[in-house]
Design a binder for this molecule. Structure first.
Ligand code: TYD
Length: 210
């Protein structure tokens, strides 16, 4: 069986720039001849898109229901989009993955981390990123990049929530086994893009994955 392609995840708080840098990174890799799929959580499947609309909308949702909905969206995108692409040998760049659930529902909402771990494992079918790039931005700086009038349910949370999310990410990064990179996401778009590329390029050069 052909081995799986490389699975690279961009993580970070709201306004960290993941979506921009996932697209820039994918473009750079494609210009070097790689087949790259950009995926986004939640989203990427009909159910994922419906859940994304619900989760980002203003309607109140209990923390446990929120966790289960993110897990459902992940189960779908892993099964229908990410694993099939990796099996063809493509590189997948994912805008958020299981670490988002630890940071937001675990540290942000205060849900049980063991439960989150179990759900993440099931929903992702045990798939782990080969490399997670954390775009680290202080909570206030990330939120300042979002127009107050157009903030979604998460972006409208108090700054304390976003501080807990950031500390969750940093704690995950500090206990990771060399497969996380923490980058300063406060610089200009060009500066951060260059930091991301300097992190990912050596990984691609040494990894035998697609
Ligand atoms: P999105 O617009 O993708 O945020 P961003 O552009 O900043 O990446 O919205 C996704 C929101 O969902 C974001 O606020 C984080 C939240 N989220 C969770 O709370 N848990 C999760 O498991 C995931 C994947 C996202």
């Amino acid at each position: 069986m052909r081995s799986l392609g490389a699975f690279i995840v961009l993580e970070g708080g709201d306004g960290a720039g993941k979506t921009t840098h996932a697209a820039l990174l994918a473009g750079r890799m494609r210009r070097r001849g790689r087949t790259v799929l950009v995926a986004r959580e939640p989203g990427g499947t009909p159910l994922g898109r419906a859940l994304r609309g619900w989760l980002k909308g203003g309607r109140p949702t209990t923390p446990l229901a929120e966790l289960l909905l993110f897990s459902a969206a992940r189960a779908e995108i892993v099964h229908r989009v990410i694993l099939p692409a990796l099996r063809t040998g493509a590189t997948v760049v994912c805008d958020r993955f299981a670490a988002s659930t630890v940071a937001y529902q675990g540290y942000g909402r205060g849900l049980d981390l063991d439960l989150i771990h179990t759900l993440n494992l099931q929903a992702s079918q045990g798939l782990r990123p080969d490399l997670t790039v954390l775009l680290d931005v202080p909570a206030e700086a990330g939120l300042a990049r979002k127009e107050p009038g157009s903030r979604d349910r998460f972006e409208s949370e108090v700054v304390e929530f976003h501080r807990r999310v950031r500390s969750g990410y940093l704690s995950l990064a500090s206990s990771a086994r060399g497969d996380w990179a923490v980058l300063d996401g406060t610089g200009s778009k060009a500066d951060v893009a260059s930091l991301v590329w300097k992190t990912v390029q050596p990984f691609l050069d040494t990894s035998r994955k697609g």
